[in-house]
Ligand binder design. Structure first.
Ligand SMILES: NC(=O)c1ccc[n+]([C@@H]2O[C@H](COP(=O)([O-])OP(=O)(O)OC[C@H]3O[C@@H](n4cnc5c(N)ncnc54)[C@H](OP(=O)(O)O)[C@@H]3O)[C@@H](O)[C@H]2O)c1
Length: 305
């Protein structure tokens, strides 16, 4: 892995779940960090980081070593009605385009754009292992991810290296999907969702941050990189591991009942939970990235002490 210290990094959406951990880690490594936010005055950043709005992008991006773009309305934030779907797309595609257009106007352009994407790019799959060589799926989320990645790829024409991190479900101690999964288990209501046989491709927050930083530093990294741990599981196995960790039973609720519950609760988004894929980080491993957490047992022991 690269020992280079990045001088200055701009993190769009650096106030979120992944961004706040990324910002802390970069600062710790001696990097100057500027966080782009829709409301910079509201942010409480660690000392040493600067918050800026999106108005004066050229000046902010000028000469940055790397731009890491994590911004976007939360995919699991609300039910996907037509208006929210538009927000999910615009907050990613239009914002990424805005960043790339500003990079084009910089005198000293950033060397690399590391753009977030999601394993939703592939759509649901059966038990087969999915790598970066697999193609784009069909449906709303695969189309959104493809358009988001295409917007980032526009920076290639400017001579900027582009890496697209197709993130799996980030397991973090401070919220996100793990908190939602743990809540019912803690209150003796844990159950596999639907058949439970769908792939659950997870990654520990330290590793997703590690991948973003390595992608920014290492000139060999380019194109799509799956941001998942090397050992994806089924939803059922993962739920049982959470139960074991919390010393709680997992209820044998019939598949059709949990399936109905998830569909009523989440609407169209339910397919993201009831279907899945076993996504494997082939490129990151080829490039020599050493995962800190390969196995879900170790990740859960760290996150649910
Ligand atoms: N966490 C996961 O499990 C996961 C899985 C797959 C992919 N990803 C992707 O990875 C990226 C980082 O994930 P995360 O969990 O850290 O995301 P997050 O906590 O939801 O934060 C992303 C940031 O995006 C900004 N944002 C929110 N709504 C926006 C909007 N409508 N327009 C522009 N900016 C907006 C916010 O910053 P300000 O309010 O400061 O502007 C927010 O802090 C996201 O793009 C996400 O889709 C995450």
């Amino acid at each position: 892995m690269s020992d280079e210290v990045l001088k200055r990094v701009v993190v769009a959406g650096g106030s979120g779940l992944v961004g706040s951990r990324l910002v802390e880690t970069l600062l710790h490594q001696g990097t100057q960090v500027t966080v782009l936010s829709r409301d910079p005055s509201r942010l409480e950043l660690p000392s040493g980081a600067q918050a800026r709005g999106y108005e004066d992008l050229v000046a902010v991006l000028e000469g940055a070593a790397a731009v890491i773009n994590l911004a976007g309305a939360s995919i699991a934030g609300k039910r996907w009605n037509a208006a929210y779907k538009r927000e999910l797309v615009d907050s990613r595609v239009a914002l990424t385009t805005q960043l790339v257009e500003a990079m084009a106007r910089c005198t000293t352009k950033p060397r690399v754009l590391v753009n977030a994407s999601a394993i939703g790019f592939y759509g649901p799959h059966d038990g087969r292992r999915i790598t970066e060589a697999d193609s784009n799926g069909k449906g709303f989320l695969p189309s959104l991810c493809a358009a988001w990645e295409q917007a980032a790829d526009a920076a290639l024409k400017l001579g900027i290296r582009v890496v697209k991190v197709r993130s799996g479900v980030v397991l973090s101690p401070t919220g996100g999907a793990l908190a939602k999964l743990v809540f019912p288990v803690k209150f003796f209501q844990g159950a596999k969702l639907g058949s439970g046989q769908q792939g659950f491709s997870w990654i520990h927050t330290d590793d997703i941050v590690g991948l973003y930083i390595e992608a920014a530093k290492n000139p060999e990294w380019s194109g799509p990189i799956n941001g998942t741990a090397p050992r994806p599981l089924t939803n059922e196995t993962f739920t049982h591991l959470v139960g074991a960790r919390l010393h709680r039973p997992i209820l044998p609720i019939p598949a059709f009942l949990t399936e109905l519950g998830v569909k009523l609760l989440l609407g169209e988004m339910a397919s993201e939970v009831l279907e899945g894929a076993f996504v494997y980080p082939a490129r990151a491993l080829e490039l020599g990235y050493a995962f800190r957490f390969e196995k879900a047992e170790a990740a859960l022991a760290d996150l649910l002490p």
